[in-house]
Each structure stands twice: as C-alpha cells, then as structure tokens.
Design a protein around this ligand. Structure first.
Ligand code: SF4
Length: 75
C-alpha cells in the first residue's frame, strides 16, 4: 500500500502528527511531512510504501481526522 499526502491541500493544522507521530511531523514549510517518504515530483505529493497492518493503526486515525482530507492510503 501507499501512504500519500497531497501537500498542496495541507493547512498545517498538526492533527496528523498529534494522532500519529510515528509517521507524521510538521515540516519547516508549515505543512505535514510523512517521515521517510519520497516526493513524487510529478504530483507534488509525498509517498511512503506501507504494509496493510500499518495502514490500520494510527495512520487510519490520521486519515480520518485530517480536516482537509489530504491523507490517503491506496493499494
Ligand atoms: S491533518 Fe491534514 S491538514 Fe492537518 S497537518 Fe496533517 S495533512 Fe495537513
């Protein structure tokens, strides 16, 4: 699976890093950053390969609580 943040939509509220600090932090640019992710230069999104189990933990909470709905897990 892939964990993705649509960086352009992020408002830097910090919710994701609060509920799931293992994977998310706020960057110097005031937007969320997925720890260990790579930047997709075509889309401007950050992407990280994760397992199905990881997607069920705090990542799921972050997906559900992001006010901009800019965090996604896709197969
Ligand atoms: S919860 Fe969403 S809007 Fe808030 S910092 Fe995280 S990715 Fe950005």
């Amino acid at each position: 699976m892939k964990l993705i943040i649509e960086k352009e939509k992020c408002i830097g509220c910090g919710t994701c890093s609060t509920v799931c600090e293992k994977y998310f932090e706020l960057n110097e640019d005031g937007r969320a950053h997925i720890k260990g992710s790579v930047l997709n230069e075509k889309t401007g999104n950050e992407e990280l390969e994760i397992g199905d189990k990881e997607a069920e933990g705090c990542i799921k909470k972050a997906v559900e609580s992001c006010p901009m709905q800019c965090i996604h897990t896709i197969k």
